[in-house]
Write a protein that binds this ligand. Structure first.
Ligand SMILES: C[S@@+](CC[C@H](N)C(=O)[O-])C[C@H]1O[C@@H](n2cnc3c(N)ncnc32)[C@H](O)[C@@H]1O
Length: 315
């Protein structure tokens, strides 16, 4: 933090074991009981793949929207990455904007220690408010693939509004929890993909039991507008291919990266499923059948990415 208040995180020394617990064979965070995906090497690898995928989707950039404009305001340029994961986005932004101060926040210290000097990482449960920064502090706030760790997303958006300076930019990206096949919806063309569909149904059910609102990705624009603090809300949703079927070179790369992401994602759901009381034999079956559908797809699979950016109102 650049003001004089005490930092919102404990210094993480060489021994970071106190920040993790092992649940059903995977490493999870200790700060928050809602987010039950692992925070371990495989998850860092997965979030790196997702980051790379989005760079292809954004044609070599790290973002969509008027990010440069938002960072050309005044002397101090501050960027906040909420749920930073392995920190790939925060590090890329620190490299691209060397005069900006970039802060990434997460539940667990899974970020690299060697980072650009204008990039720092902090630990904090973003589901516990307030997020410990002053009002109007940041020019750009980014939150990507992390709504499943937030119970009250409208309240989280209000907190983002508090932290952004007037005219500052928020960029939200959340993958859909409803896989789609080609241009048809999953339910309309389930075809031979029952294992895949069942995995996502089980995931949504468990998230609901965790108190997570599973409609958030589809409702990002509506939720942003409902805060009453944002204007110029721009929606840039799009379909993402899964696998090796696209003809277009760029889309093929995106499809391969999404496939690799899902290959790690499927087993990462195990701690969540088991913690919500699903019998181990059922969990194994759901995972095995979903893996079968990923490895031997009977359709050209796609998924959907919800992307929204907006400016904080000046008044
Ligand atoms: C799927 S990863 C995405 C990481 C990164 N945003 C990306 O797009 O590559 C989700 C991350 O959000 C973090 N997260 C989830 N809920 C959180 C919360 N309540 N407070 C802080 N971090 C949270 C998790 O620890 C995890 O590292």
């Amino acid at each position: 933090m650049s003001d004089n208040s005490s930092p919102p995180y404990a210094y993480v020394g060489e021994d970071d074991s106190g920040y993790f617990r092992t649940v059903h064979g995977r490493r999870l965070n200790v700060l928050n009981s809602v987010y039950l995906l692992p925070v371990d090497e495989d998850e860092v690898k997965r979030s790196e793949r997702h980051h790379r995928l989005l760079q292809f989707v954004f044609r070599g950039r790290n973002y969509l929207g008027p990010v440069r404009e938002a960072l050309q305001f005044g002397q101090q340029r501050r960027i906040l990455d909420l749920g930073t994961g392995g920190g790939s986005w925060a590090i890329a932004m620190a490299d691209e904007f060397p005069r900006a101060e970039v802060i990434g926040i997460d539940l667990a210290p899974i970020q690299p220690r060697m980072v650009p000097s204008n990039c720092t990482f902090e630990l904090c449960d973003l589901d516990q408010l307030p997020i410990p920064y002053p009002d109007n502090h940041f020019d750009l706030i980014h939150a990507r693939s992390m709504h499943t760790g937030i119970r009250d997303y409208p309240r989280f958006l209000k907190e983002i509004a508090r932290l952004l300076r007037p005219g500052g930019l928020v960029l939200l990206i959340e993958p859909s929890l409803h896989p789609v096949h080609g241009s048809a919806t999953a339910s309309a063309s389930a075809g031979g993909q029952h294992g895949w569909i069942n995995l996502w149904e089980a995931y949504r059910t468990c998230l609901g039991l965790q108190g997570v609102d599973i409609t958030v990705p589809e409702r990002l624009p509506e939720l942003l507008s409902a805060t009453g603090h944002f204007e110029r809300v721009v929606v840039q949703d799009g379909n993402i291919p899964v696998g090796f079927w696209p003809q277009d070179e760029n889309l093929l790369t995106v499809g391969q990266l999404q496939w690799l992401d899902y290959d790690l994602f499927i087993p990462a759901l195990k701690p969540l499923f088991l913690s919500r009381g699903m019998p181990p034999s059922q969990v194994d079956r759901i995972i095995t059948l979903a893996q079968h559908d990923l490895y031997y797809p009977s359709t050209c699979q796609s998924t959907r990415l919800h992307i929204v950016y907006a400016s904080k109102s000046l008044w």
